[in-house]
Design a protein around this ligand. Structure first.
Ligand code: ZN
Ligand code: ZN
Length: 251
């Protein structure tokens, strides 16, 4: 997901959001001065900076991190100007560097924060990132959002290259596994397909798209869950090593 896509998401989803670039004094004084839109995020959530100095727990987008921050009105000594609203605490101040762009947003239940300079290291798959963001939004807002969407799916045409299936090899891998999952310690029991064949999936240890061979030593039989895990789980690297070791031991 890039900056434009995130802003588009924020425009269409959050009740209110605001983005501000961190100034040198925000960082050096340890007191971030929010802009007007960001103040509105807090006022929508009924957080009054003048009530008392309070600490608030906010959530980071794209992660499970929580930050504890303060939100308060600050009056300079001997000054008759209206007090300025500031935000502080180390969770917040350590979260950014000067010139980073900080987003505060609310979905009416939570306050979210995100440092837009992190976007470059975010997953490149935009659909995946968007799903992650939606998973963080409260379910009432999500329901409203879905109700406004067209129920007829959008179609796009694209040209793709696919690899032809080597069905003989697939059959051989399945036979080697005896239609069980080759992930050590998995206790998958195959169900039967309409044609009576037991259901098991075939996975390439080194993807064909990365130059992997379509050979028996580069393929494993996996149950649907283990197959998804090896592609998408947090510890897919570890799972891959376990599988590689197992396949290596067969030869
Ligand atoms: Zn696979
Ligand atoms: Zn399995």
């Amino acid at each position: 997901m890039n900056r434009e896509e995130l802003i588009n998401f924020a425009d269409n989803t959050f009740i209110k959001y605001g983005i501000k670039t961190v100034s040198p004094t925000d960082k050096s004084k340890g007191a971030y001065v929010p802009n007007i839109q960001q103040k509105e995020v807090f006022s929508i959530m009924n957080i009054d900076p003048f009530e008392r100095r309070r600490d608030i727990v906010i959530k980071e987008l794209f992660s499970s991190n929580m930050l504890t921050i303060s939100y308060y009105g600050s009056q300079r000594e001997g000054s008759d100007r209206t007090p300025e609203i500031r935000m502080g605490l180390s969770d917040l101040i350590n979260y950014f560097e000067v010139d980073d762009e900080i987003l505060f947003a609310t979905d009416n239940v939570n306050i979210f924060i995100y440092n837009l300079s992190k976007l470059e290291s975010q997953s490149i798959d935009s659909d995946d990132s968007e799903e992650k963001l939606y998973s963080q939004i409260n379910i009432y807002l999500l329901r409203q959002k879905v109700q406004t969407l067209n129920t007829i799916p959008t179609q796009v045409q694209r040209e793709i290259n696919i690899y032809l299936r080597n069905n003989a090899l697939r059959a051989l891998v399945k036979a080697r596994a005896n239609y069980s999952c080759e992930m050590p310690d998995c206790d998958y029991i195959a169900f039967e397909k309409e044609n009576g064949e037991k259901y098991i999936e075939v996975h390439h240890l080194i993807p064909l798209s990365e130059g992997g061979e379509d050979s028996i030593s580069n393929t494993v039989a996996l149950c649907p869950t283990c197959h998804r895990k090896i592609h998408y789980s947090q510890n897919k690297g570890q799972l891959k090593e376990i599988l590689e070791e197992y396949i290596g031991s067969l030869e």
